[in-house]
Design a protein. Structure first.
Length: 475
């Protein structure tokens, strides 16, 4: 293996996904020499799969994510490549962008901001001296690159960099969740094919898109069969006809009756009782969010690899299921498959501050808030079904939730910030991760400018910078 030493970067970001992209743009725009390291061949992560970003509108329909995300969504909307922020009675709001164009614009914005991006490059190790991160080793092709840096941002979705730096972390918490979800879970599972309980972590999944769908035909079916989209008794949130039949784009959960039929015919063996799908900007195209493998540790590459084989089998089974059983889908075809298996839950660092269930229950927006999460509590259970409960309005993330308790020179962003597993179920969605990314990049650049550790950033100054750049930190 050949070793090469790269130049010094003020800020290195591991992961060019949902939170890593805004982190890199914000860091570079605020004057830091920024390196973005992405293990795949493109930027955007789960935000570039066609899934609608949730949590940009909160339950009261306040817009709670602005800044770089709003800039990109508005630009794409102008070209008919995004729908903007639309109300959804179940998910509060949905913000769907063309996955391909999101990827292009994310790349373009990073380049324009002066970010250096290394694709097909994985984090190998983190250098820590006297408890402070001072560089990373990266693996790409037949090279090991050594890079010294001032600040490292972990946007890997698994807190891999934080783990390698020795940051304290947690994962799962089934005991705490079990009691909370058990009552709703009893009401929620309509088909007795699995045990609905908290898993070690939430299931992992692979999304895909179907093209060639006859939208009018499937909407006619929904009009005539409202039972199909009726929420389980436990949710307390329900679709309405205004949304389903008048919104330019929808994210809908339905077709349990066809799953039952297909299961009886031996055509369906996936642990789900409904499918969920979302309108894409390409006419007749829908993102399908319906595969799942339960109780997989997302940080165990062998377990994830085995599950990835299974998830591809499920993509084929679901495509055939839609084609054979679901009104409007008889001519559908597989248009694309997400570029990697996605985790809903992984390591959560132990930060200087932690967002907990109490913060969600009290709708807390702390004084040192640097990002808002406008989603509900959404826990995919082990077995079938969801624990899904409304959160009345956005909750705030304190700056300290991105700052590991025991390592300096490191910020963590995206779904692996410091939360308990209940708060994670609110903050894990893309709206919050996008806002957290921008906050992390801005904070890192501010720390560089002021010559301080990330733990000592002037939070008032950070908040002002975020707001000046269109960010939203209060409602
Ligand atoms: C199946 C599924 C459905 C979901 N549905 C929705 C939904 O409908 N709406 C919603 O808002 N949210 C949804 N979520 C949640 C949301 O998508 C994620 O929690 C969020 O995107 C996480 O953002 P992130 O930046 O932390 O991670 P990611 O977007 O996954 O980005 C991580 C990036 O880091 C890179 N990376 C990882 N490790 C390394 C490494 N060692 N070196 C270099 N690069 C690395 C990855 O390649 C990736 O690009 C869903 C999640 C899943 C899995």
């Amino acid at each position: 293996m050949e070793h090469r030493v790269l130049e010094y970067f003020d800020v290195v970001i591991i992961g060019g996904g949902t939170s890593g992209v805004p982190a890199a743009i914000a860091s570079a725009r605020n004057g830091s020499k920024t390196l973005l390291v992405e293990r795949s061949g493109s930027l955007g992560g789960l935000m570039a799969t066609g899934m609608p970003a949730l949590g940009i509108l909160d339950r009261k329909l306040n817009k709670v994510v602005g800044g770089i995300t709003e800039e990109i969504v508005n630009e794409l909307k102008e070209e008919g490549l995004a729908f903007g922020n639309l109300r959804c009675p179940l998910h509060n709001g949905i913000t769907t962008v063309s996955p391909w164009w999101y990827r292009i614009v994310a790349t373009q914005k990073c380049t324009e901001a002066g970010v250096t991006t290394l694709y097909n490059t994985s984090l190998l190790d983190v250098k820590v001296t006297d408890g402070k991160v001072c560089g990373v080793s990266l693996l790409s092709g037949n090279y090991i690159y050594e890079v010294d840096c001032g600040i490292l941002i972990d946007a890997s979705g698994d807190a891999t960099a934080a783990y390698l730096a020795g940051a304290e972390y947690e994962m799962g918490q089934p005991e705490m969740l079990e009691d909370i979800i058990s009552e709703q879970a009893k009401l929620e599972t309509r088909y007795d094919i699995g045990h609905s309980k908290a898993g070690k972590v939430q299931p992992i999944s692979l999304t895909f898109c179907l093209g060639g769908v006859n939208t009018e035909e499937f909407l006619d079916y929904l009009r005539e069969n409202p039972e199909t989209y009726k929420s389980p008794a436990g949710y307390g949130m329900h679709y309405d006809t205004e949304y389903l039949f008048n919104s330019p784009a929808i994210y809908v959960t339905c077709f349990g009756e066809f799953i039952e039929k297909a299961r009886a015919n031996g055509d369906f063996d996936i642990p789900r009782d409904r499918v969920i799908f979302a309108t894409q900007p390409n006419k007749g195209e829908y993102l399908i969010n319906a595969t799942r493998v339960v109780d997989v540790d997302p940080t165990d590459p062998i377990a994830v690899s085995q599950a990835t084989n299974e998830l591809h089998r499920q993509v084929a089974m679901l495509t055939r299921f839609f084609k054979k059983y679901c009104p409007g889908f008889s001519e559908c075809y597989l248009a694309n498959i997400g570029q990697y298996t996605g985790a809903r839950e992984s390591r959560r660092i132990v930060g200087k501050r932690t967002v907990t269930k109490h913060d969600i229950d009290t709708l807390n927006i702390p004084e040192d808030c640097i990002a808002l999460g406008g989603y509900n509590c959404d826990i995919h259970l082990s077995g079938v079904g969801l624990y899904f409960q409304p959160v009345e309005h956005a909750v705030g993330v304190p700056y300290g939730a991105m700052v590991p308790r025991n390592v300096k020179g490191l910020l963590v962003t995206g779904r692996t910030i410091s939360t308990d597993s209940y708060a994670l179920a609110v903050l894990r969605v893309m709206g919050a991760c996008l806002a957290l990314g921008e906050a992390a990049g801005t904070a890192a650049a501010l720390a560089v400018k002021d010559g301080v550790d990330v733990a000592d950033v002037d939070v008032k100054k950070l908040q002002q910078l975020l707001v000046d750049n269109g960010g939203i930190i209060s409602i």
